[in-house]
Design a protein around this ligand. Sequence first.
Ligand code: FAD
Length: 693
Amino acid sequence: AQLDTLDLVVLVTLLVGSVAYFTKGSYWAVPKDPYASSASTLNGAAKSGKTRDIVEKMDETSKNCVIFYGSQTGTAEDYASRLAKEGSQRFGLKTMVADIEDYDYENLDKFPDDKVAFFVLATYGEGEPTDNAVEFYQFFTGEDVAFEGGASADDKPLSSLKYVTFGLGNNTYEHYNAMVRQVDTALTKLGAQRIGTAGEGDDGAGTMEEDFLAWKEPMWAALSDAMNLQEREAVYEAVFSVDEDDEKSPEEESVYLGEPTASHREGRAKGPFTAHNPYIAPIVESSELFTVKDRNCLHMEISIAGSNLSYQTGDHIAIWPTNAGTEVDRFLQVFGIEEKRHSVINVKGIDVTAKVPIPTPTTYDAAVRYYMEVCAPVSRQFVSTLAAFAPDEESKTEIVRLGNDKDYFHEKITNQCFTIAQALQSITSKPFAAVPFSLLIEGLNKLQPRYYSISSSSLVQKDKISITAVVESVRLPGASHIVKGVTTNYLLALKQKQNGDPSPDPHGLTYSINGPRNKYDGIHVPVHVRHSNFKLPSDPSKPIIMVGPGTGVAPFRGFIQERAALAAKGEKVGTTLLFFGCRKSNEDFIYKDEFKTFQDQMGDSLKIITAFSREGSEKVYVQHRLKENAELVSELLKQKANFYVCGDAANMAREVNLVLGHIIAQQRGLPAEKGEEMVKHMRSSGSYQEDVW
Ligand code: FAD
């Protein structure tokens, strides 16, 4: 059947809007590209060119729209790229994306009034700017803003600057979207004219993507008015060319079959091992910590001996996962590439500014198994880009509806916790064979390493890193199937293989456990180490208070292991107080026996206070125990104890923060606000530390 005119208008509008979906998924952070060495970047202009003068740069390259990003994990950068693509394809703007630290701001008073600047700014930590936006933030929020033109702030020096802002924040933190709010206020005060509303996305509520989508349409309308832009029709233009090379065998050494870098592919991987070059580490031991069958918690010992990697107690280790075979098969089948999964493909950027996010040449199979995040939650905008390539009119109509109707999308896709392949399978059993592979590379994120708080002490075992990971296998409310975490189920499979389990694949997920070209054979996993500020006091006689329910106890096992070793050597060790919580003492009280051994070494200096949520008639959590022990906690704080919280960021860490404020106020006879203030002060002075996720 032909589409009628209205359908066409809807489809075109949708397509045009969604074509803007330039790079990567939307829910997830995008780390710096480990493969970027061979490709230029969108913001390469500033890096390769000499100038830090944005006005000059835009003149030179004939741009009339710059999209600055302040990004820590890559999401703001991703949104900036999407806005650039959309502005260019939908409205004919000449856009460029710019890392905010690559330019100076003193001459923004000379920014021409026929151009526009976007500021896409994430707020990081306690209301701080991201690392790349520190100078920008200080410039605009400092006492004396001085522009080249010499005008004072009262002269409204930025009156010719048109700007657009979107902030990325998390409402579970106190200073929600502080960065964008402060920058917006400062710019307005200096006379700049904001176009549209100052958008805010909330990661805490899980609505970042929807907030972004809802903000940008009225913003584009306002910008079209302000700059007299004409919206135009556009068709999908691939960002990458994906050419199948039938001549080449996947066995050829030049083809990436899942190796993270060229040197790994060539079999000569060497350090330094970093976030761009993981170490293929042997797992020397693995076991399970829960006594129940239906939930799994892994303890693994990963050797870094001979790698030149090092860690300190409290650091993080990143695990580079492999997608489950069943999900790889599903994805290849849904997009009609199952038959040619081992064909060699060359992926190139069509525009010089497009960077290829996966190693190339590779195969479809390797790309999906090792390089693309194919199991993550699905974005509405991405789904709508697929409408033009649907296998029949019926599925096209359904996809258009899903793209247009937020509530319908939530009911049918988000609430079901579908992956992209599962979502399309729920629409039709026919393959979406017409979808260009480029569109999948553009729209899905690169497979991300996952971080784990190291659960060992570097003093005790400097060449062996322990991790404590609970296997994600959850039926989320409303979902029709069990959601399996990518990395933790892969680790479970590795543990099963290592321990000779007769069916090494958990829940039939069928991992390629030996890795590309069998390079991970003998139970290896790619890792890198990230240093953190979550640290024990350098003086072991100082008391510490730790709150770590569930796997939040991971770094504290390391802390206690370290203090027990020091105590065994005869050193004076201060009070080491742990609040631990889990469901039941005989089910998921992890490291229970080990803690007994530590207790023998540390005597009275180790105190463990437990909260079991499913044992009594009422649910008891760590924050309740904290309250019950207010006097002890307060006394230790008076002795300058450090206070640590690890685990669930959304609920537990927040509660603990509140309770501690109450304890301080109540025990010292102060007003409640004073207690809160003291916790804030402890945070800024480093005596209250969080390792939360
Ligand atoms: P993922 O595949 O990343 O999935 C994670 C969750 O996302 C799922 O459980 C589900 O709720 C949701 N999800 C996934 N796919 C979908 C979908 N299609 N639709 C809807 N929802 C979906 N974890 C530990 O166990 N121990 C630690 O010590 C630890 N330390 C950490 C330290 C830091 C600094 C950080 C940032 C995180 C830490 N984590 C730790 C968490 C860990 O990094 C992983 O996030 C966790 O193990 C899940 O990873 P995964 O790949 O198995 O799951």
